[in-house]
Design a protein around this ligand. Structure first.
Ligand SMILES: Cc1ncc(COP(=O)(O)O)c(C=O)c1O
Length: 377
């Protein structure tokens, strides 16, 4: 259709046309996926244990959780998560479903969402779909958040402050302790924290940044995803008993979508068990990230915002991001260009995403290419 090709041509002119990358040859090092503990690379090591432990996990649940007879593995996983987090957990089919569902459910007539400017698209979509009232505060700016709350809090029965614990594109952290402190001044305030990029990676047992900072009980809705460090698929929400019952009754993606296959819930269960014991891998990942960040800062000549395994290299234009990605690929590294609308205008970048099993020696040549290419493009 003409109208489609015009839009696609325009995206192409602006260097913003997206396409699905082909599976790359095995000899390239993938720095674009979110396989932070390198569990996704090692999955075959666990298949025997999986088959022994979960021989009866079926490949379809054949109905939504509210109708399905086949959900023993979902319940077992929720029980295990509840044991780890000390509060009930509810599974969702993906992080996208979880955010759209929870935001939708919490959109009560008198609720106001107060969101960090850089929250994930799935939360933004949740707000839009539900027609929620929302305001945004500048990224990680607690001062501006405080001003907003002073102005708005008394006009609403419910205020939901929404942040990511580790931001997906900048790799920096939300000031969770300050947020928890702020919450104490507002009895009608709920804290909603998306830990998609911290689950598996932060905290002694890998439960996320809230665990690391000792504020788990203060987070009212904590979102974790299984598709990143946990090398599986799906997501969960940790909340109160009432909160869980409320979501079961009100979160539309939970109610109106076929539940994850039991085999998937069982795999997430096994992977989560592994995660709790991967303290060494977490330390290794932190060391690698610190070195990588230092090199990126040296080459770019600017301090990096990153405080994690996600490290951006800003290029300032989509053309430069594409050119840099292609140079890196020639040198053996898959590190894809991130452009608008995933990041704000001018925030075009290469997003490097590290894994615990990446060898520092194999990564070293990347810095040479990055330095050469950054001066040439
Ligand atoms: C912060 C954040 N939340 C949620 C999601 C969605 O999770 P999922 O991929 O499981 O749908 C993502 C995925 O990229 C994310 O980065």
């Amino acid at each position: 259709m003409n109208i489609f090709s015009e839009i696609l041509a325009e995206l192409n002119r602006e260097s913003r046309l997206r396409s699905i990358p082909h599976t790359p040859p095995d000899n390239l090092l993938d720095l674009s996926s979110n396989d932070y503990l390198s569990l996704g690379e090692r999955w075959h090591e666990f298949t025997e244990e999986f088959n022994d432990r979960f021989p009866d996990a079926a490949f379809s649940s054949s109905a939504s959780r509210l109708l399905s007879a086949r959900q023993r593995h979902h319940e077992q996983l929720e029980d295990y998560l509840a044991q780890l987090y000390g509060r009930p957990a509810l599974l969702f089919n993906s992080g996208y479903h979880a955010n759209v569902g929870c935001v939708g459910a919490l959109t009560l007539p008198s609720a106001l969402f107060v969101c960090d400017k850089l929250i994930h698209a799935s939360i933004v979509d949740g707000l839009r779909i539900a027609g929620s009232q929302f305001k945004r505060f500048p990224h990680n700016d607690i001062g501006r958040l405080r001003i907003l709350l002073e102005k708005e809090a008394t006009h609403h029965d419910l205020i939901v402050v929404v942040v990511e614990s580790i931001y997906s594109m900048d790799g920096d952290m939300a000031p969770l302790r300050e947020l928890v402190e702020l919450k104490r001044s507002y009895p009608n305030l709920l804290l909603y924290v998306d830990e998609a990029h911290a689950f598996g990676v932060r905290g002694e047992k890998g439960l996320g940044l809230a665990e690391e900072l000792g504020v788990l009980p203060d987070i009212d809705f904590l979102i974790g995803t299984f598709g990143k460090a946990a090398a599986s698929a799906g997501a969960f929400v940790v909340t109160s008993h009432e909160g869980k019952d409320f979501l079961v009754n009100r979160a539309r993606p939970f109610i109106f979508s076929t539940a994850l296959p039991p085999v998937n819930a069982a795999w997430s269960h096994l992977m989560t068990e592994k995660i709790t014991m991967m303290g060494e891998e977490r330390k290794r990942l932190q060391r690698l990230s610190a070195h990588f960040r230092g090199e990126v800062e040296r080459i770019s000549g600017t301090p990096s915002a990153s405080q994690s395994q996600i490290i951006p290299f800003l290029t300032g234009s989509p053309e430069k991001a594409l050119a840099l990605a292609s140079r890196l690929r020639e040198a053996g590294f898959i590190a894809l260009a991130i452009r608008r609308p995933t990041v704000p205008p001018g925030g075009d970048r290469i997003r490097f995403s590290l894994g615990a099993d990446m060898s520092p020696e194999i990564i070293e040549p990347l810095f040479i290419t990055l330095e050469e290419a950054a001066h040439e493009i």
